[in-house]
Ligand binder design. Structure first.
Ligand code: PEP
Length: 257
């Protein structure tokens, strides 16, 4: 195991939930429960765009990072409704989720747009969290490894080894997102290890050993410890359970192992 070579990252994905008025109680509920977390993981909350400035203020000085859930593949210009990497960095945002399955499913994102967004994000100081994962029918057809390998390879076209080291990959089986169905720790480990092998084949072993690979999909306070104990699972991308300070705190604390 090469855990010491890479960071554990626990990131919440609030999706289209929460209001600015919820931030105060969330932060005051969370922070007292996670004292010392910086010695075992990085933690962040990815909020809707409109909440980012308020969330940055609310978490200031706490060590909890703030992330966006999407960004434009373009640097700037006439792209109505879009938000650029530079604009996110400019207001102190740390992370950006790229290619979440809900964006692939409902908003037409493709492996190509994921690659474009990733290469754009990597020109900024943002830490990208690139999501990959198979649907239920793909799992049942037995193509999980091929499919996830393809998504990883397509996302990483043109990404240098040094940029790879600061890119986080989130393995999120689509059938486990928001469904309450979690991959078994062994199944999640197997795919995360396969993703690391793909990265090793594209770059080299030391680069692959340095990359943080998260699991996401109905991770909660009950299953987090076992998932996070797997050698190739270096953190979690957490949807529903990140909306509750007690659950999110329990997951952050479960990473202390
Ligand atoms: C997610 O949105 O990335 C996610 C994993 O959601 P949930 O934890 O609710 O399954």
């Amino acid at each position: 195991m090469n855990r010491e070579l890479r960071k554990t990252v626990i990131a919440g994905n609030w999706k289209m939930n929460m209001l600015a008025s919820d931030l105060g109680s969330f932060v005051s509920g969370l922070l007292p429960q996670i004292s010392g977390f910086k010695s075992w993981c990085d933690a962040a909350v990815c909020t809707p765009f409109v909440l980012l400035p308020a969330a940055t203020d609310a978490f200031k000085g706490s060590g909890v990072g703030v992330g966006a859930q999407n960004m434009s593949q373009f640097d700037s210009g006439a792209y109505t409704g879009e938000v650029s990497a530079a604009q996110l960095s400019d207001i102190g945002i740390d992370y950006v989720i790229i290619g979440h399955s809900e964006r692939r499913q409902y908003f037409g994102e493709t492996d190509k747009s994921v690659n474009e967004k990733l290469t754009t994000a990597l020109k900024s100081p943002l830490i990208p969290i690139v999501c990959v994962g198979e649907t239920l029918s793909e799992r049942e057809t037995g193509v999980t490894f091929e499919l996830v390998s393809l998504q990883v390879k397509a996302a990483l076209v043109g990404v240098s080894a040094s940029d790879m080291r600061r890119t986080v990959i989130a393995y999120e089986p689509v059938w486990a997102i928001g469904t309450g169905k979690t991959a078994t720790p062994e199944d999640a480990q197997e795919v995360c290890a396969a993703i690391r092998s793909v990265i090793a084949s594209l770059y080299d072993k030391s680069t692959a050993d340095a990359v943080t690979i998260q699991y996401g999909g109905s991770m909660n306070e009950k299953n987090a410890k076992e998932l996070l104990a797997q050698p190739d699972i270096d953190g979690g991308l957490i949807g529903g359970a990140s909306l509750k300070p007690d659950s999110f705190a329990a997951i952050i604390n479960a990473a202390n192992q």
